[in-house]
Design a protein. Structure first.
Length: 467
């Protein structure tokens, strides 16, 4: 049993949908499959934009709505012979969307609940078309609205899943015990969208279609969950900056989570959890290059030849440093610092503190730097006045680089090789952090040094590799 999820870039237009249909027909010839689809590329953003436009009271939202309608009808004309019934279904969905937007424009407000309903049209429109395309290709395709099989709480925009109810609904709808036969329907499932206990539309947040695929796979105990996207797999480093970066054949769940946190092209960590709990491997594949083997993400992988698995980075970050001789031995100062940042809803990406306790530095997104300083100056006003804390400083235009790999654990010399490579490349390191798992060494450099840093580190751990 294979669950295959296709993202927006895989179904961007008629040509891409035709290519996806060929992949699916080949898969259905030998395996039982269930399919999850995102909206066509750019449609979700356009729906969010048109909702905001309608909320201003402007009547011009109709133009964008017409563009969405025309784009989907054009795909039908190109791909589906005798597609009148499909076109009628798409027209009905677009009429519903237009009525919703008209209502929003009248009240000049788009509530989170209404926004979820509006944005749900992207997946519903696309799956209506894909179901018809696959049916015309000879498959017994059946559209399954994600709202009928995924139950959530009432939070809109990023709802929490009720796993027990959801798994039962999925199993009842898509039974893995059915025999592989021509008359067994292939489920075409709308990703990203769900509903609460009262049937009200909710959404699962960004990367929600990946989450849908993971939930479906976990519910039916799939053998593999395939995430079809526009890259060949997980790279050893960002190929935009490292020419010798190569696709990794396999990474562990933990490595994938670390790499994706640092911006690598990997499935989002949160969306992996249902699959991880069931021990189901995920396979990253490229619809533009279906012959590529992709990257397997699993609990255990074969031993890697290298000491590390990959290098990733986060750009546009700032370093905030709290410094002062009066901090030494002062109980609770770290708690107050991080409590103040939590109250200001500022996410800390990385923390570093010297054993002297003379300073604490942490990394935040660049746009959080000024709010962080303001929050800290309010919280530490007395200590700053008494000179126990000398200053709260900010340094901007920085990059976090992370060296990641399970094989680093218990292996002497990793840090030596890393910082020797940085020294030879004349890279100045501003802060360093390593967890006790020994699976990640993170350090901060100036953003202008990003390419030099990534290449220097990649050469140190992947010598002689050329893509």
């Amino acid at each position: 049993m294979r669950v295959m999820k296709f993202g927006g870039s895989s179904v961007a237009d008629a040509a891409r949908i035709r290519a996806v249909a060929e992949i699916i027909v080949d898969a259905a010839a030998s395996d039982r499959i269930a399919l999850v689809f995102s909206a066509m590329k750019g449609i979700t953003d356009q729906l969010l934009s048109v909702a905001d436009e309608a909320a201003t009271g402007s009547a011009t939202f109709g133009r964008q709505c017409d563009e969405i309608r025309s784009r989907h009808l054009e795909v039908i004309r190109e791909l589906i012979p005798d597609g009148e019934s499909t076109a009628a279904a798409v027209e009905a969905l677009c009429d519903e969307l237009a009525e919703l937007l008209h209502g929003v424009s009248l009240v000049r407000e788009c509530s989170p609940r209404t926004r979820d309903l509006i944005v749900s049209h992207g997946e519903r429109l696309n799956c209506t078309i894909v179901t018809a395309v696959l049916s015309s290709a000879g498959l017994n395709a059946r559209m399954v609205d994600g709202r009928t099989i995924i139950r959530t709480d009432t939070t809109h925009g990023s709802a929490a899943v009720d796993f027990k109810s959801t798994y039962k609904l999925i199993r009842d709808t898509i039974s893995p015990d059915d025999p592989i036969a021509g008359d067994v329907p292939i489920a075409i499932i709308t990703g990203f969208i769900a509903s609460d206990a009262h049937g009200v539309t909710t959404t699962l947040g960004r990367n929600g279609s990946d989450y849908t695929a993971s939930l479906v796979g976990a519910a039916i105990d799939a053998d593999v969950i395939e995430i079809w996207t526009d890259v060949d797999g997980v790279y050893s480093a960002d190929p935009r900056f490292v020419d010798s970066a190569s696709v990794l054949g396999a990474v562990s769940y933990r490595e994938a989570m670390e790499l994706s946190y640092f911006g690598a092209e990997v499935i989002h960590p949160f969306t992996m959890l249902p699959a991880v709990e069931k021990g189901i491997p995920l396979l990253i594949r490229n619809t533009m290059n279906p012959s590529a083997p992709g990257t397997v993400i699993a609990e255990h992988t074969s031993a890697q030849a290298g000491l590390i698995t990959g290098i990733a980075s986060i750009e546009s970050v700032a370093l905030v440093n709290v410094e002062g001789g009066g901090m030494v031995g002062l109980p609770g100062i770290a708690g107050r610092i991080f409590g103040a940042l939590a109250d200001a809803k500022i996410n800390i990406i990385m923390i570093s503190q010297a054993s002297s306790e003379h300073s604490i530095c942490f990394i935040v997104r660049d746009h959080h730097a000024d709010p962080a300083v303001s929050a800290l100056e309010r919280e530490l006003e007395l200590e700053l006045h008494q000179k126990k804390i000398e200053r709260v400083q900010v340094e901007r235009d920085l990059e976090i680089v992370a060296v990641i790999g399970e094989n680093m654990r218990g292996r002497p010399g990793i840090s030596g090789r890393l910082f020797s490579a940085l020294g030879e490349a004349k890279i100045n390191v501003l802060a360093i952090a390593q967890g006790s798992t020994e699976m990640n060494i993170s350090f901060v450099v100036h953003r202008s040094d990003r390419k030099t840093t990534l290449n220097a580190v990649h050469r140190a751990f992947f010598p002689g590799e050329v893509r």
